[in-house]
Design a protein around this ligand. Structure first.
Ligand code: COA
Length: 364
């Protein structure tokens, strides 16, 4: 179906009506990393709170995870059709084209609008705003938004500073046109960026800058590089500022927030932001311990995990806040809806060939 704006003037919001998470089957524990890198479980847990992460098998790509999460989110919404598919990712299957059209086709949605959003780890919040824009503009009634990343494909496995942090995964939501006051309506938003610090999180090679030069890129330039300490400082400051700006736009006080759902960068960052906001740490939804930092997938994965575990329930008020390379940051508010049907998370499916491996991340 081609999309055309209807020009309706009624107040319209994007309302959450489907949700699911998915991770690949291969689990990598801190002990596994310590066998091949100069690191140990205690260092990793103390600095990041991470105990394990999931990584793709050779040959698996971001779209494979996105399709699994997307299919389950559509089922949870009781739909097999949407008008648009948006994939938030930094680890697209290819430099060109975008991953979303292939994901849409594999979900039986060939013909719908499909595009990628790259705002690194803020991608899901930017994707929510993009989906809300499509719906508010009257060009889509239903949007499937998938946050999916496979950082294991861009992080240097020999780089102990980055290899300990990232994991692969996908989380997806379905949004439908609804009223701004009904449960599940997303907004208010705050989005921001500061490209003056683009070098803090970067894969230097593979894009037009490097390809316009002669010669092959170095191993370092081909892999993800992050200046950890500076990223940490920016993440805490920007996430706290963005959260405050969004609350203020909506007229919410910090006490109105039942659950703070931050991008799962690492546990210390999340707790620092909660402390800065004066928010009790118990209200901070975390599952970084079980899956690591899954990039654009981390917020929807955390939501799916918390919803399946009944940590979040209908009527609860949520503040979502993310930070990522770019630099980018963003926040959004929503009141949790009642899902008529919610798929169990961890998801049950697991290849029969690997029966002894843990099925999906345990709830933190
Ligand atoms: N195991 C053991 N030692 C390690 C290590 C590892 N995996 N990684 C780094 N080290 C070493 C360093 O080499 C350094 O050694 P030195 O003092 O001899 O030079 C020492 O530990 C301290 O390194 P440093 O980088 O200062 O550690 P840190 O306290 O800043 O922690 C991070 C490193 C990456 C965990 C931390 O900077 C961080 O959390 N940054 C934010 C990362 C993040 O969440 N990014 C996502 C944002 S979307």
């Amino acid at each position: 179906m081609s999309l055309t704006a209807t020009g309706s003037s009624a107040p319209v919001a994007a309302v959450l009506c489907g949700l699911a998470g998915w991770v690949p089957s291969r689990v990598v524990t801190n002990e596994d990393l310590a066998r091949r890198l100069d690191t140990d479980d205690a260092w990793i847990r103390t600095r990041t709170g991470i105990r394990q992460r999931y990584v793709v098998e050779p040959g698996q790509a971001t779209s494979d995870l996105a399709v699994e999460a997307g299919r389950r989110a559509l089922a949870s919404a009781g739909r097999d059709r949407v008008d648009a598919v948006v994939v938030a990712t930094t680890t697209a299957d290819h430099t060109c084209p975008a991953t979303a059209p292939a994901v849409a086709a594999r979900l039986g949605l060939a013909g719908v609008a499909a595009f990628d959003v790259n705002a690194v780890c803020t991608g899901f919040v930017y994707g929510l705003a993009s989906a809300a824009g499509l719906i508010a503009a009257g060009v889509a009634d239903r949007v499937l938004l998938i946050g999916a990343d496979t950082y294991s494909t861009i992080v240097d496995p020999l780089d102990r500073a980055d290899a300990i942090i990232f994991g692969d995964g996908a989380g997806a939501v379905v949004l439908r046109a609804g009223h701004p006051d009904e449960p599940g309506a997303v907004g208010h938003f705050d989005l921001g960026s500061d490209g003056a610090h683009e070098d803090l999180i970067m894969v230097a090679a593979g894009g037009s800058r490097q390809r316009s030069l002669p010669g092959e890129p170095s191993r370092r330039d081909r892999h993800f590089a992050m200046r950890g300490k500076e990223v940490y400082r920016h993440a805490v400051t920007r996430m706290a500022e963005s959260a405050r700006a969004t609350l203020s736009r909506a007229g919410w006080k910090i006490d109105d927030v039942d659950h703070f759902v931050p991008h799962q960068a690492n546990l210390r960052i999340l707790h620092s932001v909660a402390d800065d906001l004066g928010l009790p740490r118990e209200r901070c939804v975390t599952h970084v311990e079980s899956v690591g930092n899954t990039g654009a997938a981390s917020i929807p994965l955390a939501l799916a995990d918390a919803a399946a575990g009944r940590t979040i329930g209908p009527g609860d008020r949520l503040l979502l806040t993310a930070f990522g390379g770019g630099l980018t940051w963003g926040s959004c508010l929503l009141t949790w809806p009642a899902f008529p049907e919610f798929p169990a998370f961890p998801a049950p499916a697991r290849p029969a060939a690997q029966p002894t491996r843990p099925a999906q991340p345990a709830r933190p």
